[in-house]
Design a protein around this ligand. Structure first.
Ligand code: NAP
Length: 302
């Protein structure tokens, strides 16, 4: 089958692409970086510039499934201009895909979009399911609502839509994980805030497997995508410190200090939520790394 991936050059997209190619699929991808374009018979890159509404429509040739992973990182300082970029790189891009399919004679039957568990409010006690109507009253809540609404437009074209509400993706060398363990490795195992905030993480192999599962099993609707066992910030720090045999001597990083330096972006470190993955598991999905202990054996050895 031919699958079109946006954001294919990123953390999840790179790993998903290589798995789909190994399985014999053809992968097309849209990139804003012309130097990333490659053209082989089963792996083809196409240029787009969503800001200018510029897109190479050849990208959709023979495509039956679109996997939408595009989005500017949220791990950069949230200035007003950058917040705008976080939203537009998700919504304007998805709108451009929608407008393209609207005018094309195409074969697309499914649209699988990245989304985030940050749609759910910060909570220490609630376990959110996909049925929850609670939306975080903050910037990320607003981003995810707009992002999912842009994905839902594809229903109008008779295309099935799946939204994968992803937690924090842990990879040994890229993304949040190496940055989170850096101070601990350097001997400063500081808990952030009171340490009771949840980290709903997922191993990169599992999130890639979930996208693959969504493609092959034709998943429709909203699915939470996190490891079944979340961890608190304190437990995370303890586990990594004990792996490196570092005593827990360091003082906590006070929440007010993070708020002072990072503003609303401090919510990334100080807030969290627990979400249920029962809906995904009922579709037959099996996690390779259900607990952080299992994942750390691989993440820290690399
Ligand atoms: N990683 C996580 O922990 C996590 C958690 C929850 C949700 N997600 C979501 O899952 C998706 C994939 O995540 P990821 O970690 O693989 O992302 P990533 O590594 O940051 O890659 C995202 C890709 O999006 C494209 N992109 C970035 N900024 C853009 C812009 N302003 N305009 C157009 N394209 C832009 C880039 O592709 P080109 O340079 O090729 O154009 C980039 O490779 C994202 O939407 C992300 O928000 C990720």
């Amino acid at each position: 089958m031919t699958i079109l991936i946006t954001g294919a050059t990123g953390l999840i997209g790179t790993a998903l692409t290589s798995q789909l190619l190994d399985q014999g699929h053809t992968v097309h991808f849209l990139t804003t970086r012309k130097e990333k374009i490659i053209t082989t018979p089963n792996h083809k890159g196409f240029y787009w510039n969503p800001t200018n509404h510029d897109i190479d429509l050849h990208a959709f040739k023979d495509v039956s499934c679109v996997v939408n992973l595009v989005g500017a990182t949220i791990a950069k300082r949230w200035t007003t201009a950058y917040k705008e970029m976080i939203i537009s790189s998700r919504v304007q891009t998805t709108n451009l895909l929608y407008k393209s399919l609207k005018i094309l004679d195409h074969k697309v039957t499914s649209f699988i979009s990245a989304s985030g568990i940050s749609i759910y409010p910060n909570s220490k006690n609630t376990v959110y399911t996909e049925l929850s109507k609670d939306v975080a009253a903050n910037f990320l809540g607003q981003v995810v609502v707009a992002w999912e609404a842009s994905a839902d437009q594809f229903f109008d074209l008779g295309i099935e839509v799946a939204k994968i509400r992803t937690g924090l993706v842990f990879d040994a060398s890229q993304g949040a994980f190496p940055r989170m363990i850096q101070p601990i490795k350097m001997g400063i195992p500081s808990i952030v805030g009171d340490g009771a905030q949840w980290i709903s993480w997922i191993h990169i192999d599992d999130v890639v497997a979930i996208y693959n599962h969504a493609i092959t099993k034709n998943l429709r609707g909203v699915y939470n995508a996190v490891a079944p066992v979340a961890i608190t910030n304190k437990k995370f720090t303890d586990l990594v410190a004990s792996y490196y045999k570092i005593p827990m001597w360091a003082p906590n990083v006070p929440g007010f200090l993070l708020r002072l330096f990072l503003g609303s972006m401090s919510s990334l470190a100080l807030e969290g939520q627990q979400v249920s993955v029962l809906k995904l598991e009922k579709t037959g999905f099996k996690f390779k790394y259900p607990t952080l202990g299992q994942a750390l054996n691989y993440l820290l050895k690399k």
